[in-house]
Design a protein around this ligand. Structure first.
Ligand code: DHE
Length: 561
């Protein structure tokens, strides 16, 4: 099992990001390195060459969980005060064989020498990667096609609302797939291992963020989709959003970075960087944290506001973008470590996973206050969650979990069904733990959940689907569909993980990626008829390299999930 988690974590590495980071000129002043401690003074040493190699490996393989500064997040704190106590021999064993606490084994990834060097490296003081200021972001900004040189009307016949922007994780591209014909319309070069795509409010522009912080703005009105602006927001990033309040449509965009920990406000049509705001500060426990990474961001339709979730501090920021020169932020204490989340169906409440606390934090964006902290099963991971009307509990929102094989259903109607609001009203069995995403659609009667990180290939390749109308019956059972088998990719070295359901515009098809996690092996997208739950089409194409997230233009524009 540990091996499997490791493989997935490896896929979530950042080589390009850190290649750039490590190559960044000295002028991009590095943040001051932490003062050496007494333990660090006694730490083993490495040659400059071995130290650089270990640093690169750390940033590629370890930083996603342990943090760039080794302060710990999903993984443990790896600062010298802790690692020196363990010593080289114990550290080497942990790295080679993993631990019961979830640390994966690396004995078949790294050589004995690399592991020994890493054990030494971890006992040395952590090095802060370079900073990246507004001036640096501006320096990286390229306006490839100015606004007045862009089409004044749609120059193609594609039904843009039903286009899917699909992450081709390991090729550093997105595929734009015509949802009506299910043909690939274009493949566009992007940053490394794109994390998400979000839409401008008009539905014309696709905003795409790579893990390496490269941000691309793609205009769908050209005959073929065209990148019209690009920049580098930081060295590591995961989230972007646009401005959705009336009067601000397509006006602004915001990008959240992991490193440096900051969010940056940009012009929505040109990506010109306008404002950069650091998220460094104190955690909900009152401890200063130098690396509070920006996790999910959503845009309100009711106010000129973004909800910016800061992972390590557990702070949720409501950022008012109506006056950038006098930026107003409301900072709400919730719980650690904030990750992904979505709106309730009214778009008044935002629900976000505080995954290390096994909680969902609920913010009332009308009152700008924390509404509730809801206890869930282990490590909730909703994606954006799923909103539907439960036959017994009324309006609800659901999340699945990485650490448990259940789907938690939370009441979201404090006005109509107060007794159920902000409580887990039902737990449904998922076909496996290690789930990442749930999904439904207002026009669908189904609730779907995946389990792509499950070590059992059969479970990782399957999805559960519940009939929402049956959920009043406590014995309701899901149907489990083996979509990896349906994709018929043949035998592959990598597990065929079925990940991230996304509906089409009409809400009558749900698309799942079959992700082998290996760019040399075939992957696919399986399109399932939502009503009959039968496979309607398997999209296979050599250009479809490791597809993961899929973002339907219409559903993403309107936060339909
Ligand atoms: Fe994600 C969303 C962070 C690994 C696929 N992921 C998010 C969001 C964050 C995040 C903060 C919310 C963005 C938002 O809504 O604004 N993801 C991270 C990580 O830190 C982590 C654990 C490790 C890493 O180094 O990146 C990680 N994520 C993965 C993967 O390995 C996945 C499965 C495959 C891939 O493409 O990288 C993956 N994450 C996704 C997807 C979403 C996402 C598809 C968007 C879900 C949605 O429906 O909105």
């Amino acid at each position: 099992m540990r091996k499997e988690i490791r493989n997935v974590l490896m896929l979530a590495t950042l080589p390009l990001a850190m290649n750039v980071a490590l190559a960044a000129p000295a002028a991009k002043a590095a943040a001051p390195a932490p003062a050496p401690t007494a333990t660090a003074a006694a730490a083993p040493t490495l040659s400059a060459e071995d130290k650089a190699a270990s640093g690169k490996t750390y940033f590629e393989r370890c930083a996603g969980c342990h943090g760039m500064l080794r302060k710990g997040a999903t993984g443990k704190n790896l600062e010298p005060a802790n690692t020196a106590k363990l010593g080289s021999s114990r550290l080497e064993k942990i790295m080679a064989y993993g631990t019961e606490g979830g640390m994966p084994n690396f004995d078949d990834i790294l050589s004995k020498k690399e592991i020994a060097n890493m054990a030494a490296y971890l006992q040395m003081p952590a090095e802060a990667p370079p900073e990246w200021s507004l001036a640096d972001i501006k320096g990286s900004w390229k306006l490839l096609v100015p606004v007045d040189q862009r089409p004044t009307r749609q120059m193609n016949n594609v039904n843009l609302k039903n286009v899917f922007s699909v992450t081709l994780r390991d090729s550093g591209e997105v595929a734009l797939i015509d949802g009506d014909t299910k043909e690939i319309w274009a493949v566009i070069k992007t940053g490394y291992a794109v994390h998400i795509s979000r839409m401008s409010t008009s539905g014309r522009y696709v905003h795409v963020i790579g893990r390496d912080g490269r941000y691309d703005l793609i205009d769908l009105w050209f005959e073929k989709p065209t990148t019209v602006a690009t920049l580098k927001a930081g060295f590591e990033a995961r989230s972007i959003e646009t401005s959705k309040f009336k009067g601000y449509e397509d006006k602004y965009a915001v990008v959240g970075s992991y490193w440096p920990p900051q969010y940056t406000i940009l012009d929505g049509l040109t990506l010109e960087p306008l404002k950069n705001v650091s998220t460094r500060g104190n955690t909900v426990d009152g401890v200063y944290h130098p690396e509070p990474r920006v996790a999910s961001i959503v845009a309100s339709e009711h106010k000129p506001e973004w909800v910016v979730n800061v992972k390590e501090t557990g702070m949720i920021k409501l950022v008012d973008y109506s006056d950038l020169a006098n930026l107003k932020e409301v900072t709400i204490d919730s719980a650690k470590f904030l990750h992904d989340g979505g709106w309730d169906s009214t778009k008044r409440y935002f629900l976000v996973a505080a995954n290390a606390s096994n909680k969902i934090a609920v913010v009332d964006t009308k009152t700008a206050k924390l509404e509730a902290l809801v206890d869930t099963a282990k490590i909730p991971h909703p994606g954006r969650g799923a909103n539907f009307v439960h036959p017994k509990y009324g309006r609800v929102w659901a999340t699945s979990h990485l650490g448990a094989d259940v789907i938690s259903i939370i009441g979201t109607d404090p006005a109509g069904k107060k007794e159920y609001a902000w409580k887990v009203v039902q737990e449904l069995k998922n076909h496996g733990a290690n789930s990442l995403f749930v999904k439904t659609h207002p026009k669908s009667g189904n609730l779907w959940a995946d389990a792509p990180l499950n070590p059992d290939p059969k479970l990782a390749g399957s999805v559960s689907v519940y009939r929402i109308a049956d959920l009043g019956n406590p014995d309701a059972k899901p149907e489990v569909l083996d979509l990896a088998a349906a994709a018929n990719l043949g035998k592959t070295k990598g597990i065929q993980r079925v990940v991230h359901g996304e509906y089409n515009e009409k809400g009558d098809e749900i698309w799942f990626s079959v992700w082998t996690g290996n760019k040399t092996e075939p992957s696919a997208i399986v399109v399932v008829d939502d009503k009959t739950r039968t496979v309607k089409k398997v999209i296979k194409d050599p250009r479809l390299v490791t597809p993961t997230g899929k973002f339907n233009v219409y559903n993403t524009m309107h936060d339909i999930y």
